[in-house]
Every structure is written in C-alpha cells, then in structure tokens.
Design a protein around this ligand. Sequence first.
Ligand code: BG6
Length: 479
Amino acid sequence: MSFPKNFLWGGAVAANQCEGAWDVDGKGPSTSDMCTNGSHTTPKRVTAKIEPDTLYPSHEAIDFYHHYEEDIALFAEMGFKCFRTSINWTRIFPTGMETDPNEKGLEFYDKVFDCCKKYGIEPLVTISHYEMPYALVEKCNGWEGREIIGYFETYCKTIFERYKDKVKYWLTFNEINTGTRPFGAVASTGTIKGFSGPVTEAPNDMQARYQALHHQFVASARVVKYAHERYPQFKLGNMICLVSSYPCTCSPDDMLEAQRQMRDMNWYCSDVQVKGEYPYYAKPFWKRNNIEIKMEPGDLEELKQGTVDFYTFSYYMSNCVGVSSDSATVEGNIIQGLQNPYLKTSEWGWQIDPKGLRWTLNEIYDRYRIPIMIVENGLGARDERSEDGRFHDDYRIDYLRQHIEQMKLAVEEDGVDLIGYTPWGCIDLVSLSTGEMAKRYGLIHVNKFDDGTGDLSRERKDSFYWYKKVIATNGEDLS
Ligand code: BG6
C-alpha cells in the first residue's frame, strides 16, 4: 500500500493573499483589504477607512489576477493534480448585498478554472477564505448579524451554478474554528464594526464570535444541503485550523487541560459540521463563558441536513498545554501554547512536529471516518538568494519531506483515508498573521518585498524541482 493512485497532490493559496487587483473590474473592498502590513514584532492594523500613504498588502499582493496563466502553468510543470484557491466574495458581490453578481468577477474565475482544466488540474475552491465584504461588517457586524446568512446563500448559489461544470470540490469556510479565538474577529467572523487599530487589540467579544460561528454553521449546512440536492457531482468539505495539544506532563490535570483545548479549539466546529449537531460539551462551555446562542426554529434540523462529505484541515505545528507549567510560551498559528522540549520552532515561533501530523490524522479519522485532505502545510521562512543567484531552500524541502513521510505512515501503517495534500502558499504570497512578504512558503519565489517593491517576477526554488519528483513518483521518492 502507498498513496492512492488518484491522490490529489497540489498546492494551496487564498484569493485575498495572492490576487491583488483589489479594486479592479468592479471588485468591492473586503475585510482583508482594510488590513495594513505588519511584521513578526509589530502587529498589522485594521483601518475602518483606507488611509492614504499606507501600505495594504492585499491591494497588489503578488498580482495573481494578472499572472494566473503563468502561475498555473508553473503548477502544471510541477505536476499538480489539484489547485486550492478561494473566490473573493467581493469580486462577485462588491458589498455582499447586490441582487445581481458582477459579471467581470465571475469571468475572472471562469478563466482561472478553464486554465486549470487545460492542464488537467482539479480546482478545490474555498468559498470564504479570510475575507468578506467590508460593507457587511459595517451593516451587521459581520457574521454576528443573522441577515448575512441570506447574502452568503445568494453568493454560493451564484457560484455553484456558474462553475458547476468546472469545480467539483468545495470548502465552505476556511479554518472556521478561528472564530473561537480573538484573532478570528478580524480574519473570520468580521465582528469588528467601527474598530480601527492593531489586530491584537480587536474586540475580544466571545458572545459575538460564537453567535457569528452559529450563523456560519447554519450558512454552511444550508448551502451544503442545497448543493447535494442540485449538484450530486459536488463534494463539499469543512476546513479546520488544527493545532494538536499535548499535555505538558503526564499529570492528570494536564491531560484534562489538553483534552479541553482539543475540544475548544479543534473539535467544537468540526463536530457540528461533520456530525451535524453541537457536541455535548457545548452547552456547559457556553454557560461557563456566559454565551447565549440565539437560534431560530429549524436551525438544529438544518445542521443535521447539511453535513460535509470530507474533512480538510491545515497543519503547521502542535502545541503543549499544562495547568501549572513553568515552560516558556511559544507563538503559533492562531493559538499560542507552551514550549515542547522535543521540538524545534520556525523563525516565527511555530513548533515543527511532523510526527504530530500522523497522530492528528489518526485522531481525525478515528473520530469522523470520512475522507481527509490536508489542504495547508508548509514552512514560513526567510529565503535568501544564494551566490549562484538561486534559492536553495533545503530547509523547506526537509520540512515537507518529514511531513509527507508521516502522511505515508498514516496511510500505509494505520489505514487513514487520506485523499490529497495541498501545501500552503505553493507560490510566495502575503502572510495572513503578519501581512509580510518576508515570511515565505512558496516553491516558487515571487520578487515582491515588504515595502511593496519588486517586479513580481517568478522563479523556481529548489523545492519546486523536489516536489515535482515527489508528485511524479506518487510520493515514493522523497529524496
Ligand atoms: C492558515 C491560513 O492559518 O495559515 C492561511 O489559512 C495562512 O491563510 C496560513 O496564510 C499561514 O499563516 P501565515 O500567518 O504564516 O500566513
């Protein structure tokens, strides 16, 4: 046994982090367009109005909007079977509230998907990846206002019908569980009406975020059910930012803490989207945190009827938790944790844990028993051009190799039903957490820098050639 023959090898990006062209061809401003750049030490800011003379990285990003043909040709050269991207809601409905879609926006994604088809690449489309119409933040505090469900439904129906012959795999919300964390207010739930300031100071309103999450669950279930009835060829998935928590020690208190963290961060959302109901630990959790979820009659029934077909997640790192530990804290993807003495961290403080991927895959499969896809994984690192003029990113190759080895073991030794792997930022793009270009994930280098300069030219890194070989041998040759 090895990876299945039709394994979906590929790469992943998100519209707001790569497309640029933020106000071109009728596109409206999204939440991510209101975010300035930042750095590892200085948080990016959200501004309620666009400020003159301020750098907003999403406005140009890597200009995938005008480079998509060149970029997809490079993905094809690597042998991609699958390309994960997202649709920018505000290209289709600039304020989210129009009744008729923006034809120019629809045409752009027609061209992207047609280009994928030309190379036999299967698109995997995230419907909402960390952007939403900023007008909806102003109108209804993002996902806190129930009316947004209807706007989202119109958006989904429009893109389902338009791309029904071009796209088979869909994910409703990127890393939906980010809504459980304060950072999610900016990135995911849009519960930041009237707020301007560093993202680290965004309103930390659990009531608003968990209400918003309820609306996202209902919206997701509703469109999944709709798609299942109308487009039986579609496969719809969820998407979780999965950060596994290990107990710092074998103290029963740490064990319980790790279990709690796994539920709060990782399982709460996927239990709803996969099992079709809130988990039994939800009500006590709401009570403890003074959260009151307003539901309408029929909501719970809808959740039951719109469960997903496959489970997807991002995996970059793992975490440690402990109740009375004096371990140092470390940074991480959306969530911070305690230092694990057995692991090294990336320059941005994320704890690198390939074996944790095998553990995590088994935990997910054990819990849900539906096909799984890893739709993000990778190393954010600073790439320097070598004296020979090339990018020798052997550290990135090592990272990816070690993770693929563990995926292989999960499939071969453990029997996990893993159907695909799309490493993050297969081409350099804007970092979500910091807004930097310097934190690069790509197998393809883009000549674009933190100060906004760069001619946007693309170059193959060593990892490009390495990944090409991995795909060509279906993961057999990882050397
Ligand atoms: C995931 C997001 O959390 O991690 C991506 O879905 C993001 O949008 C990726 O870019 C890597 O995070 P960062 O902060 O290094 O860009």
